[in-house]
Design a protein around this ligand. Structure first.
Ligand SMILES: C[S@@+](CC[C@H](N)C(=O)[O-])C[C@H]1O[C@@H](n2cnc3c(N)ncnc32)[C@H](O)[C@@H]1O
Length: 246
């Protein structure tokens, strides 16, 4: 199985402009899992990206491990969260010697799994890495989220990056595509700039599909929450899931 590494050329810009999402949802993660998880507990941040959440969790006294498929995202994660341990591996096939009290996966990372079979493989793998009674929490973009947010273009112009994003959603295929053209300085005085083109793809799953797939991986007490209705988020069509290992 090929390791997922599509974020490699996006890492520097992600770290600067996208890394704040997981920090903003910490109150939700507290409510869903962390409030009953004592400091010192082992937490896995699956698809940890550039490590902003890992940093906060480590600062709170948790023993934090991050796994991500992109080595370049992990380079930022290691700088941002020097007290956490990071492994470059695919969510479908990672294998660690630790059992975790909590596994988190934030910012619709698992929408990047493009088939229910691959998603089921991830859920089985997470289950295997949880302690008995352990909690798995993740968020996903649903169909409504892609319709409202993955539609059209925007750009970011900053001192050390220029980003042009075009997002599309194919409602029939339930496939969302984000095409990005990124410019970043290639030398210290910003006279030479490098261009990278990155395409990211996500698939929409229904709450029923996700709940059934979690149940198929032996999870129990599966609950789905609506980001807007349950947690007063601005985002439409973002769902949060909590599932327990028996
Ligand atoms: C939108 S970013 C979220 C990063 C981080 N969780 C956050 O909240 O900022 C998605 C991350 O998932 C990772 N990812 C996606 N599919 C993966 C897979 N199959 N295995 C490992 N990492 C994966 C990407 O490399 C990327 O870092």
């Amino acid at each position: 199985m090929e390791r997922y590494s599509d974020y490699d050329d996006f890492a520097q810009v992600y770290n600067r402009h996208w890394g704040g999402f997981s920090i903003r949802i910490i109150p939700i993660l507290e409510q869903m899992a962390l409030d009953v998880c004592p400091p010192g507990s082992a937490i896995l941040d699956l698809c940890c990206g550039t490590g902003q959440l890992a940093k906060e969790l480590a600062t709170c006294g948790y023993t934090v491990t991050g796994v991500d498929g992109s080595e370049k995202m992990l380079r930022h994660a290691r700088q941002n969260a020097p007290n956490a341990n990071f492994y470059c591996a695919d969510a479908r096939s990672f294998s660690l010697p630790t059992d975790f009290a909590v596994v988190l996966s934030t910012y619709d990372s698992l929408n990047h799994l493009l088939t229910l079979e691959d998603l089921a493989t991830v859920f089985h793998n997470v289950y295997r890495h949880l302690q008995s009674g352990g909690v798995f929490v993740f968020d996903m973009n649903l169909d409504a989220g892609f319709r409202s947010r993955w539609a059209g273009s925007f750009s970011i112009v900053a001192d050390s990056s220029v980003v042009v994003v075009d997002a599309r959603y194919d409602e029939d295929e339930r496939l969302a595509t984000m095409t990005m053209t990124l410019f970043t300085p290639a030398d210290e005085d910003n006279t030479l700039w490098q261009r990278n083109d990155v395409t990211l793809t996500q698939r929409a799953y229904s709450v029923e599909e996700l709940t059934e797939t979690l149940a198929g991986a032996a999870f129990s007490k599966i609950e789905a929450f609506d980001g807007r209705g349950d947690f007063a988020m601005r985002d439409e069509g973002r769902a949060f899931f909590r599932a327990i290992k028996r």
